[in-house]
Structure formats: C-alpha cells, structure tokens
Design a protein around this ligand. Structure first.
Ligand code: NDP
Ligand code: GDR
Length: 345
C-alpha cells in the first residue's frame, strides 16, 4: 500500500511538531506549511527534518500563510493530501484582545480559506479543524459537544466561526470535516508566553538562581490541562472513523492557575508565594473562569483517554526546563543542525 500523505498547517507550533512525529511514525509522508519569517521558526521540528534529496525523506516543508487563499489552493494541488490537519492560528487569547482583526483574519477566515480551497480543488481529502474549549467561554462546566458556545475573547469568537465553517462544509458539500474541541494541552514545547510554560521556566530558573520573581495575572482561573503528545493521537483517530463527527478532548479534571503554580514551585522545593508577583497587564478584559471537559464521547467512539493530568504535567515540564538549563539546550529535542529555509529545499 502506498504511504498516505498528510498536510499540516501550523507544523512549527507545539501540536504540529507532535503530530508530525506521530504521522511519520505511522509511515505517512508529511507536508507542513511554514510561514516565512526573518528568522527560522522551525526549531520544534528540526529533529524530524532530513534533506529532501535523501530518498528516505518523508517530511517536506512549504512556505505559506493563512491569509493567502491562492497559495492554499496551489499547495493542495501540489501535495494532493489524503488528510489535512488545520492547526495554524493566532492562538494566544490575551493577544487576540490586542489584535482582534488579525486574529479574526487568520484564526477565523484562514479556516474558511482552506475549506474553500479543498472544495474548489475537489480533493477527496479529510479535514481536521483545531477547535478549542475557549468556544465554551462562560458556559458552566462540565462542557461537552452539546454545550452552547459563549466565547469570551476575539480568539474564542474566531474559533466559533471556524467551528461552524467546518460543520457547514461537512453538511453543505459532504466534506469529511471534523472539529476536535481540545481543552488546554501543554508540554515542554508549549509557547513560552502561555501560563504553564511561563511558570515552569520561571520555577527552574529561580531554582537555578537565574531570576527571583515571575509576574502573573489571574491565578483563580481553572483549566483542564492535559499533555499535548497524547492529544495529537486523538486528532489522528478522528480522521480514521467511518463518519465525520465532532469530539471534545480533555482530561475531565481541572486545577486553578494557583494550584499549577504551586505544583511547579513545590517540585523544586520552593514556596511560590515568595516568587510570584501580580501584574495587571496579564489580565484579560473578559476571562474564562472554569473549564472542565467531558470527553466521554471520544473515549467511547475513538477509544481515546487522557492519562497525564496537571500535577504530573507540572513535574514533567519543570524537569524539562531543569534539563535544558543543565544541558544548555532545549531538553525536549535532539541537538539539531541549523535548518535551511523551506525555499532552499
Ligand atoms: P501554537 O501557537 O504553538 O502554533 C500555532 C501555529 O500556527 C504555528 O506553527 C504558527 O507559525 C502558525 N501560524 C500562525 N499564524 C499563521 C499564519 N498566518 N499562517 C500560517 N501559519 C500560521 O499553537 P498550538 O500548537 O498550541 O495549537 C495548535 C492549534 O490548536 C491552534 O489552532 C490553537 O488555536 C488550537 N488549540 C490549541 C490548544 C492548546 O491548548 N494548545 C487547545 C485548543 C485548540 P509560527 O511558528 O511561525 O508562529
Ligand atoms: P488559555 O491559555 O488562555 O487558556 O488559552 P493561557 O496559558 O494563556 O492562560 C491560561 C489561564 O492563565 C491565566 N494567567 C496567565 N496567562 C498567561 N498567558 N500569562 C500569564 O502571565 C498569566 N497569569 C494568569 C489566564 O488569564 C488564563 O485564565 C490556551 C491557548 O492554547 C488557546 O489557543 C487554546 O484554544 C486554549 O488554551 C484552550
């Protein structure tokens, strides 16, 4: 059987890197879309990369941007994917209040550009949309697939648009298109301005004597935090079913930001109260107070279940930062060579 081909938008992000690893392990040929930046932004996937002249190479990178629908169409025609995993987005909730229009353009309209490109090219590919628990926003927990959306940020609003675009293309055109409604998932590859990674980095650096305090915002918010490496498996499973459907992916447990901070600092023998300072710039105009996902449907239909919960995640993330400080490199990655820009490949 010929290897299946996947196209991943957002391959340079946290989830994109874990998903690329998973699909390569499964024998896929993986194509990723990378946006052009003035510096390399491929750090999370460098360990997966081989020179494309190597006959064994199965990871291929292409420049592209969600704001460029023509490019999306061209890439689909070129790559002819069996599965499209749409992970790219302006994914930071706080930033979406500062850049609401840009967030709507990339996170919202970017999705319909890609769906429309699939429709126009007529490719029989399957489509995964990275939907978010932020769509539930103010809806009280537990949240499942039938919980009404009440987004609390421009990011959440854009994700609701993308969610309905995905459902609409499924209903209108018979596209195999699914929404994975994923609750927060973290890892040592998490972007450094999300709270879990920010706190894990700070706890390790404070322990090492490299800094003294970290500034945070709202410590009362509660999140259902899982482990990203496990969540990408659920994405893949959603595209292997007979019928397209939407699924919540979560651990079913929640902790406050304060509890997560305590777990990180306690792991290195410190009291967080001595090192955490409040800064209002990290507050949001409207907050999402309490998220707890009910992933029963994913467990029953996909056989997927989270095993790593917040306390273990906190230890795992702090340990990775301590390793990185000792080794002088990101602990989660093999020592990578510099990666040339996609156009040079
Ligand atoms: P990241 O922020 O780590 O990665 C986002 C990716 O999108 C990066 O590869 C980024 O490229 C790319 N990107 C951003 N803007 C554009 C653009 N205009 N054109 C092309 N690519 C772009 O996010 P995660 O990996 O954490 O999340 C993946 C997806 O899942 C996102 O859509 C997110 O909103 C969603 N999600 C995430 C959850 C989580 O807890 N992590 C939970 C629920 C949903 P670059 O590297 O150049 O910045
Ligand atoms: P979230 O993640 O907004 O849930 O979105 P984030 O880690 O940014 O915030 C979680 C909670 O922590 C509070 N908080 C802080 N947050 C940040 N970033 N920095 C701080 O200093 C800080 N102090 C307190 C926040 O107010 C919030 O309540 C993530 C993203 O990955 C989205 O793309 C994804 O859709 C959702 O998770 C599910």
């Amino acid at each position: 059987m010929t290897a299946r081909t996947a196209l991943i938008t957002g391959i340079t992000g946290q989830d994109g890197s874990y998903l690329a690893e998973l699909l390569l392990e499964k024998g896929y040929r993986v194509h990723g879309i990378v946006r052009r930046a003035s510096t390399f932004n491929t750090e999370r996937i460098e360990h997966l990369y081989r020179d494309p002249h190597d006959p064994q190479a199965r990871l291929f990178l292409h420049y592209g941007d969600l704001t460029d629908g023509t490019r999306m169409t061209g890439l689909l025609e070129q790559v002819q994917p069996d599965e499209v995993y749409h992970l790219a987005a302006q994914s930071h909730v706080r930033v979406s209040f500062d850049e609401p229009e840009f967030t709507g353009d990339t996170t919202g309209l970017g999705t319909i550009r890609l769906l429309e490109a699939i429709r126009r090219t007529g490719l029989p590919c399957r489509f995964y949309q990275a939907s978010s628990s932020e769509m539930f926003g103010a809806a009280p927990p537990p949240q499942d697939e039938s919980t009404p959306f009440h987004p609390r940020s421009p990011y959440g609003v854009a994700k609701v648009y993308a969610y309905w675009a995905t459902r609409n293309y499924r209903e209108a055109y018979g596209l195999y298109a699914v929404n994975g409604i994923l609750f927060n998932h973290e890892s040592p590859r998490r972007g450094p301005t999300f709270v879990t990674r920010k706190v894990a980095v700070a706890a390790a650096r404070i322990k090492a004597g490299l800094q003294d305090v970290v500034h945070l915002g709202n410590l009362d918010a509660r999140r259902d935090w899982g482990y990203a490496a496990e969540y990408v498996e659920a994405m893949w499973l959603m595209l292997q079913q007979d019928q397209p459907d939407d699924y919540v992916v979560a651990t079913g447990t929640s902790h406050s930001v304060r509890e997560f901070v305590d777990q990180c600092f306690a792991h290195v023998g410190l009291d967080w109260r001595d090192h955490v300072r409040f800064d209002e710039r990290y507050l949001r105009p409207t907050e999402v107070d309490d998220l707890v996902g009910d992933a029963s449907k994913a467990q029953q239909a996909l056989g997927w279940r989270a095993t790593v919960r917040a306390p273990e995640l906190a230890r795992l993330m702090v340990d990775a930062e301590l390793d990185a400080l000792c080794n002088g490199a990101a602990a989660d990655r093999t020592a990578p060579p510099a990666v040339p820009a996609p156009a040079a490949r």
